[in-house]
Design a protein around this ligand. Structure first.
Ligand code: GDP
Ligand code: MN
Length: 403
């Protein structure tokens, strides 16, 4: 599960990391007041620096024009109007982009230098690892490619967690000096605490910044000005506070409906809807559809214990995708019974109707009962064809769609 930046900032701040205060708004008419509040609370006053940031579950906002520095209520309003009325397109969103409905208006900071700091799981060492770089702000993937030596890693002991001496070592290697060292260590420990406390799969601060020296802070201040947290879905049952941060508006609606019925569904770009049981068989089905010249419209694993209702919902989801020009059902009944699938096909046919070609391949548990159900419903589902095996099914559906 993902959360918005403003929620991630809140989690970080609770763990003791210094994060500039901000407010979330959903209307451009609130931007002027939010600007004034942000700069006033930061002790800056009118004319002070603030930042308006689109809250979407994707990065690359800066380059896309969806992170704007503003110095007046008017500029804040203008930035808000732009972000709320345009789709954000970045290297992380795909060409269709994302709608923006929430904005964070936060106190802005002057930046002397940007750093990268994150924790994720390193499968090779079977440890969580802190990753840090003095080349922050930019895409870390690019740094990893062009200058891998600029990325530092510190493995985290599963029981003891990130140790202060590890954080200090990292801070020195990153080039922090004077009072910055202690502040950077504090942020690192806060990130580590947040990661463990909330069962994260990724916790990232990019950029972590140092502000220029001032009279009150001669070494500058180390601050987190962007945060991204992903959480392990399997732990959400014990992370009620995190689960409550879920924003359905950020999810693909079809994938959301599927999730509610415990179906593993991922929308794809093709036109052949696939309904399969078992993740491995679903992958093989997509491969064979492609092998015969077709393009799958989705990945869908109904699982072993799906009910007739869940499978019917799966058909509803597939058939509600207008790109779908044909449907292929490939069931190898083990725990899943072929008659349950057949019942669901009949129910879906009654309810939504198969206007597109449907090719069904059933094998395994209760296959005779399943075939009998479909045979009996033939008149109601004129677009249905039976297939003898996986290859036959793929060829038939591709031919039906392309023919
Ligand atoms: P992202 O592009 O989606 O990762 O959004 P970020 O929050 O990381 O912002 C992108 C960039 O905008 C940062 O790397 C900074 O260079 C700049 N930026 C963001 N907030 C501030 C701020 O308060 N002050 C200044 N000077 N720059 C900022
Ligand atoms: Mn960022």
């Amino acid at each position: 599960m993902k959360v918005h930046e403003y929620q991630a900032r809140q989690i970080l701040a609770e763990a003791g990391a210094p994060v500039p205060a901000g407010e979330v708004i959903e209307s451009a008419s609130d931007a002027a007041r939010a600007y004034t509040d942000a700069v006033t609370n930061a002790g800056l006053g009118e004319g002070g620096l603030a930042v308006v940031k689109a809250q979407v579950h994707a990065g690359g906002r800066g380059k896309a024009g969806f992170v704007k520095l503003v110095k007046s209520a008017g500029e804040a309003t203008e930035a808000a109007e732009f972000m709320l009325s345009n789709k954000m397109v970045s290297y992380q969103t795909g060409a269709e982009g994302l709608d923006v409905t929430k904005l964070l208006v936060a106190a802005g900071v002057d930046i002397a230098k940007e750093y990268y700091l994150a924790i994720t799981t390193d499968r090779a060492t079977r440890r969580n690892v802190m990753i840090a770089s003095a080349e922050g702000g930019v895409e870390i993937e690019q740094v990893a490619k062009d200058n891998p030596d600029a990325i530092l890693k510190e493995p985290i002991h599963p029981l003891m967690g990130l140790q202060p001496h590890q954080a200090r070592r990292l801070a020195f290697k990153l080039g922090f000096t004077g009072k910055q060292v202690g502040q950077a260590v504090k942020v690192m420990l806060a990130l580590s605490t947040s990661y463990h406390r909330h069962d994260c799969s990724l916790a990232e601060i990019n950029p972590l910044v140092v502000t220029p020296p001032t009279d009150t802070h001669p070494d500058g201040e180390v601050l987190a000005i962007d945060a991204k947290f992903n959480f392990d879905d399997n732990a959400l049952f014990r992370q009620k506070k995190v689960a409550a941060m879920f924003d359905a508006a950020e999810e693909n609606p079809a994938e959301l409906r599927a999730k509610e019925h415990d179906l593993s569904y991922i929308a794809l770009d093709g036109n052949i809807g696939c309904l399969v049981n078992g993740a491995g068989l679903a992958m093989a089905t997509m491969d064979i559809v492609k092998h015969h010249g077709g393009e799958p419209a989705n990945f869908l694993d109904v699982g072993g214990s799906a009910t007739k209702e869940a499978v019917t919902e799966a058909f509803r989801i597939i058939l509600s995708d207008e790109a779908v020009k044909g449907v292929m059902v490939n069931i190898f009944g083990g725990i899943m019974r072929c008659d349950v699938i057949a019942d669901a096909i009949v129910a879906a046919a009654k309810e939504v109707g198969f206007k597109v070609p449907l090719v069904v391949r059933l094998e395994g548990t209760n296959v005779e009962a399943g075939r009998a159900i479909l045979e009996g419903a033939k008149g109601d589902i004129p677009t249905m064809q039976a297939a003898t095996d996986l290859g036959d099914a793929a060829q038939k559906v591709v031919a039906a769609v392309n023919g």
